[in-house]
Design a protein around this ligand. Structure first.
Ligand code: COA
Ligand code: AMP
Length: 630
């Protein structure tokens, strides 16, 4: 069957389609049906089944004779080590960790926050939670204590599992002091923490609250897999919205298993036993779906890579890892390739390695610019497949179904909708538009298995964010168009979310931080184009009347404040003091116009602008920051 047949077979009978895919999963109790319509636009998948994610990701492979196959390869060019773990070893390690967590009171439904760098123990912690039916929430290491505290208060975890430190090139990230700081800031306090002590930095443990990863496993009974309902939350993953309060995306257990398992072959073209590599971080959705769960559920070997595309030690790192571990399918963000291209424009490093085993390269996380795709195609000689999805969906909305049938690549398009997604382009009134017409990208409900059923403890926000603008549809927050062949083009966000090096960030959250500076009366943060990272945040602050301190001093404080409150990942370094912000007569800040000026793009003067002269002041400020030069 080709892609069109598969897509049509899903559309004609989604129930049969998904029940057939569910057969690839080991159920404790087989679900009676796929879709559970709860009414009022809420849906669940395989809700009355009983299943365990860890069993499907680990134990069943051992039972089926894959015990000696590698499950995880930890490749860390930062520490210069490679560590391999078989499925049998993984089973022992996860069962022991889960047993120790259980002995400290962790049960099905309890939340556990995981704050760890790219070490295999991060995956083991996730799997140990899954083994017990505990709901994990992994927090990215590049966030500051304050962001961690916000997540602690929202998820109210019974335990936090962390490492003593993370390793960025040339810098040790002190996780434990960040964790201590977060627990102090948070209103909710966990019962205990578990600290994985890395040899690069051993952390101080608070007696009675902090337990050593190895020590607390001593003498405990290993835990068996606890069956959970199909609609039991597997995890919560926080992502940026329009405000400083992140959205807690909930993932239900059964749909997650079914959808990820389907995607490994049909999208990523790997067979069980082969090595798959997603060069992302466990703190992001790509890390959840394609470093941890997808490859393991499907019986692949996954790579946990602790390094950067360049500088660890050079722009050949990706190709070295692909050769050394015989990677068949590789997933990264366009920004990573832009970094490699900058250091190795001719692809000389590629020629030093044998990457003949690699079938294809997959890009996601941000718009894949044609230059980058063409460069990657040229230097690797491999198909480069852009695909589009979000934290909310957990897997591809539109991609190249290469494992079913490779579709011709149209550069600039992530290709076509995957089975399960009825993607439509809508005008402001919610009517489908003609091909090649720009509109809001929406997905007709229900969303497929594996996507978010709701937000953690925030159903009203879930409805408001995704379901109310276009009744009967899920609003993706992206704008774009579809051509007459069904190829999608993703053009921009319709909200204030920006994408910096493939990291999704909220300008609203940064504005909240800037507004908290005592000298700042008003502010705006916009996302401007950056050659390497796609976008960079840029802040404009207006000072409180009477403040006459040097502007560069205030700018420095603003930059430090965002780094302290949100974290280094915000990459907030561009900021200027201005007298006034451009606004409409009703007082709305004209952020989109500011972006256009920064990027030297043509724009129409908004008819509702209050005082056009302010735009000249903004242009001068932008030029001072190296923008608006065109
Ligand atoms: N823990 C702590 N700090 C982190 C971190 C982590 N896990 N990840 C990133 N940071 C820090 C970086 O050290 C950097 O700090 P600095 O301001 O002190 O230099 C800052 O956050 C910004 O990080 P990032 O935007 O990732 O840039 P970078 O300089 O580390 O690397 C490239 C940038 C150019 C190498 C980039 O191309 C890249 O590959 N980024 C990662 C892409 C990615 O995997 N995205 C995930 C979506 S799939
Ligand atoms: P995240 O939730 O962090 O994965 O970010 C999701 C957002 O990143 C999407 O809503 C898009 O705005 C953007 N994005 C992800 N993949 C792509 C892609 N292939 N092309 C264009 N934008 C993308």
């Amino acid at each position: 069957m080709g892609y069109k047949d598969v897509y049509e077979s899903w559309k004609a009978d989604p129930e049969t389609f998904w029940m057939a895919q569910a057969e690839a999963i080991d159920w404790v109790k087989t679900p009676s049906k796929a879709l559970f319509d709860k009414g009022d636009d809420l849906y669940e998948w395989f809700a009355d089944g009983q299943v365990n994610t860890c069993w499907n990701a680990v134990d069943r492979h051992v039972e089926q004779g894959r015990g000696d196959q590698l499950a995880i390869i930890h490749d860390s060019p930062i520490t210069g080590t490679v560590h391999k773990i078989t499925y049998a070893e993984l089973q022992t390690r996860v069962a022991s960790l889960a047993g120790a967590l259980r002995a400290k009171g962790i049960e099905k439904g309890d939340r556990v926050i995981i704050y760890m760098p790219m070490v295999p123990e991060a995956l083991e912690a996730m799997l140990a939670c899954a083994r017990l039916g505990a709901i994990h929430s992994v927090v990215f290491g590049g966030f500051a204590a304050n962001e961690l505290a916000v997540r602690i208060d929202d998820a109210t975890p019974k335990a936090i599992i962390a490492a003593s430190c993370g390793l960025e090139p040339g810098r040790v990230v002190h996780y434990k002091p960040l964790l201590d700081g977060a627990i102090e800031i948070a209103t909710h306090k966990p019962d205990f923490t578990v600290i994985f002590q890395r040899e690069q930095e051993v952390a101080h443990l608070d007696e009675g609250r902090d337990f050593d990863w190895h020590g607390f496993q001593y003498g405990v009974e290993p835990a068996e897999c606890v069956p959970v309902e199909g609609n039991h939350p597997a995890y919560i993953l926080y992502t940026s919205g329009t405000t400083g309060q992140p959205k807690g995306v909930v993932r239900h257990t059964a749909g997650h298993l079914v959808a990820l398992n389907w995607s490994m072959k049909n999208i990523y073209q790997v067979n069980p036993g082969e090595t798959f590599w997603a060069a992302s971080d466990v703190g992001w959705v790509v890390g959840h779906s394609y470093i941890c769960y997808g490859p393991l559920i499907h019986g692949n070997t996954t790579i946990v890579f602790e390094g950067k595309p360049v500088g660890t030690p050079d722009a050949g790192t990706f190709w070295r890892v692909i050769e050394e571990h015989d990677v068949k399918s590789f997933f990264t963000a366009p920004t990573a390739f832009r970094a490699v291209k900058r250091d190795d424009p001719k692809g000389e490093f590629v020629a030093k390695y044998d990457i003949s085993g690699l079938r294809a390269i997959y890009l996601a996380g941000e718009r894949a610019d044609p230059d980058t795709i063409e460069w990657a195609q040229k230097v690797t000689g491999k198909p480069i497949y852009d695909h589009w999805w979000q934290t909310e969906t957990g897997w591809t909305i539109a991609g190249n179904p290469a494992g079913i049938e490779p579709m011709p690549v149209k550069i600039g398009s992530p290709t076509v909708a995957m089975p399960g997604y009825d993607v439509q382009i809508l005008d402001e009134a919610g009517h489908p538009v003609a091909p090649n017409t720009l509109g809001a990208i929406a997905v007709k409900l229900p969303l497929p298995p594996g996507t978010l059923p709701t937000l953690w403890n925030a159903e009203a926000r879930f409805r408001k964010s995704y379901l109310t603008t276009f009744p009967g549809y899920y609003e993706t927050g992206d704008a774009g168009m579809m051509d007459e062949d069904g190829y999608l083009y993703i053009m921009a966000r319709t909200d204030d979310v920006i994408n910096v090096a493939g990291h999704r960030l909220s300008t609203g959250a940064m504005e909240e931080v800037l507004a908290s500076h005592p000298d700042v009366a008003e502010c705006a943060v916009i996302g401007v184009t950056d050659q390497l990272k796609g976008q960079l945040p840029m802040g404009f602050v207006c000072l409180t009347t009477g403040v006459n301190r040097p502007h560069d001093e205030i700018v420095r404080e603003c930059v430090t404040l965002v780094r302290e409150k949100i974290g280094p990942v915000a990459a907030f370094k561009l900021c200027a003091v201005v007298d006034r912000l451009p606004k409409t007569r009703s007082g709305k800040i004209l952020r989109a116009t500011m972006v256009k000026i920064a990027d030297s793009e043509d724009f129409k003067l908004p008819a509702t602008i209050d005082d056009p002269a302010i735009l000249d002041e903004i242009r001068v400020a932008l030029q001072g920051l190296g923008y608006a030069k065109g």
